[in-house]
Write a protein of this length. Structure first.
Ligand code: FAD
Length: 475
């Protein structure tokens, strides 16, 4: 007897429904991670995601040792590995928390039906969402395509359940099955480009708890006014923890409500709770419109005349567009695996509108460089920017990278941090150095075209070109 707990995007011990089920069932508990990236096709984890995963598995393995257990690590086709583990351990049940990516759903269904046919008990749980995607539907029992009614409906549902407690002890099997070491998975690249990430992040459940603790209380209340400022620690920075499941959304939800400072109410943190619902909306859309990672939700965008401009794409990726706020964001992404939401919106708008490069190129780059790269939310964000998704930015909304910088980085601290070659440029010209008088640039030690690029396209000309191109999909 015994239960195999197949851990995937729920790399934690607390609020872990699959683990809880295994414990309550009685008998040995065998926690397993299987690297089966091949089964995720095009959307196998990108580089930054793999670095995070490597660290996270290390943290999980040591947490499991702390409760008298182990993490068994395997690689290969999930079904074959689980079958072998059932045989090796004599376990009679396999349990896991659900995932929602189309290929993973298909794979999991096949795994479940094969194991069940072979007489193994299979149970699956909700470990990553506040609401399962099929439980929040409109009056016609159809999925939502607009956020506001979706979130209203979600807020009308019962309050998400309180998180489950952390187990103190897990029962071990008589003998442990064979396991690879974490290093054997080869998740780390040969060139150590992840050093800055390691300085900024502490992957794993403990790191998640620390971040959450730092955010609840005053910061969660200030969130509503500071969330759009990349120069402040105005947001929670919990996205990679939520993505990898080192933290569950209901842990975040309840921690914020339980930690309300004196004199404040639920209304003061509503903005934050609603942001967690954007994440839910992303999963809702991915589940009901599984084609969207590859195809625009609005079909007429499928034939949009995108530019093929590899040099421009490269300049954008490397943070060399000559638009300071864009370059700051792209360099923050490259160095730390994360970018502030407002800046994600700006860089995405510039790629799609000013440069007329398809959102799919942007999504692919983010996929490889983000530690929180998440099929549901990356697709949501990029289709929003591209104007081709649910509840998307209208075609005529072209962000002006100068005004956006001036508004959201009002002292320029964020831009100066990531684009140090502009450090000495006075605030007045920081976001449009190409308009600055020659002496100003000279004094700041900037030579446009040499120490820092000229703008990749004149913002006004870019805007006009975008509006013209987007005529095709108007209406
Ligand atoms: P907070 O502001 O503290 O928000 C709390 C949590 O709510 C986040 O951790 C996140 O889980 C969720 N959330 C917040 N904003 C959004 C949003 N707009 N959409 C969906 N969920 C949200 N988020 C990802 O997790 N993975 C991605 O791959 C991703 N790609 C994006 C691509 C683009 C082009 C854009 C515009 C946005 C993308 N986002 C993505 C959403 C958002 O930018 C990040 O979730 C957010 O910046 C994470 O920072 P935070 O944890 O400090 O967020």
């Amino acid at each position: 007897d015994g239960t195999i707990v197949w851990l995937r995007r729920d790399l934690r011990l607390s609020d872990q429904p699959a683990l809880r089920f295994a414990i309550e069932r009685g008998g040995p508990v065998i926690p397993v991670y299987i690297e089966s990236f091949k089964e995720e096709g095009r959307w196998a984890p990108g580089g930054a995601h793999r670095w995070w995963l490597h660290e996270s598995l290390g943290s999980l393995a040591s947490d499991l040792e702390g409760v008298g257990s182990r993490l068994v690590i395997r690689r290969g086709e999930a079904l074959a590995q689980l079958r072998a583990l059932v045989k090796e351990t004599g376990a009679d049940a396999v349990v896991w928390c659900r995932r929602y990516e189309p290929l993973v759903i298909e794979r999991d269904k096949a795994v479940k039906s094969s194991l069940c046919e072979e007489g193994v008990t299979v149970e699956t749980f909700n470990g990553s969402l506040l609401f399962e995607p099929w439980t929040v539907m409109n009056q016609q029992e159809k999925p939502y395509q607009v956020y506001s009614p979706f979130s209203r409906n979600a807020l009308d549902q019962d309050e998400p359940e309180r998180p489950l407690s952390r187990p103190r002890k897990l029962e071990s099997p008589e003998s442990w099955p064979e396991s690879l070491g974490i290093d054997d998975l080869g998740l780390l690249p040969e060139v150590k480009w992840y050093q800055r990430m390691a300085e900024v992040w502490e992957p794993g459940e403990k790191g998640a708890r620390k971040r959450l603790k730092a955010f609840v209380g005053e910061r969660s209340v200030d969130y509503k006014s500071e969330r759009d400022r990349p120069d402040l620690e105005g947001t929670s920075r919990l996205s990679p923890y939520l993505h990898h499941g080192e933290l569950s959304p209901r842990q975040a939800w309840h921690a914020v409500l339980d930690g309300l400072p004196e004199g404040s109410s639920r209304r003061d943190v509503m903005k934050y709770l609603k942001e967690l619902l954007w994440r839910e909306f992303g999963y809702h859309l991915l589940y009901h419109f599984p084609q969207t990672p590859e195809r625009p939700l609005r079909e007429k965008y499928a034939s949009f005349p995108w530019r093929d401009a590899p040099q421009d794409l490269r300049a954008w990726q490397k943070g060399q567009t000559g638009y300071p706020i864009v370059d700051a964001g792209m360099r923050q992404l490259w160095a730390t695996g994360w970018m502030h939401n407002r800046v994600r919106m700006i860089v995405a708008s510039v790629l799609v509108k000013q440069l007329l490069i398809t959102w799919e190129e942007g999504a692919a780059w983010f996929w490889d460089t983000l530690v929180d790269g998440d099929l549901a939310n990356n697709t949501l964000g990029w289709q929003w920017a591209g104007g081709c998704g649910a509840d998307a930015a209208p075609y005529f909304r072209v962000f002006n990278p100068v005004l956006q910088g001036e508004k959201f980085d009002p002292e320029g601290a964020y831009t100066r941090l990531w684009v140090p070659e502009l450090k000495e440029v006075p605030q007045k010209w920081l976001f449009k150095p190409w308009e600055a008088p020659k002496e100003v640039l000279e004094q700041a030690g900037v030579q446009l075209g040499q120490t820092y690029p000229e703008p990749i396209v004149d913002p006004k000309a870019g805007r006009e070109r975008a509006l013209e191109a987007f005529e095709v999909v108007k209406g």
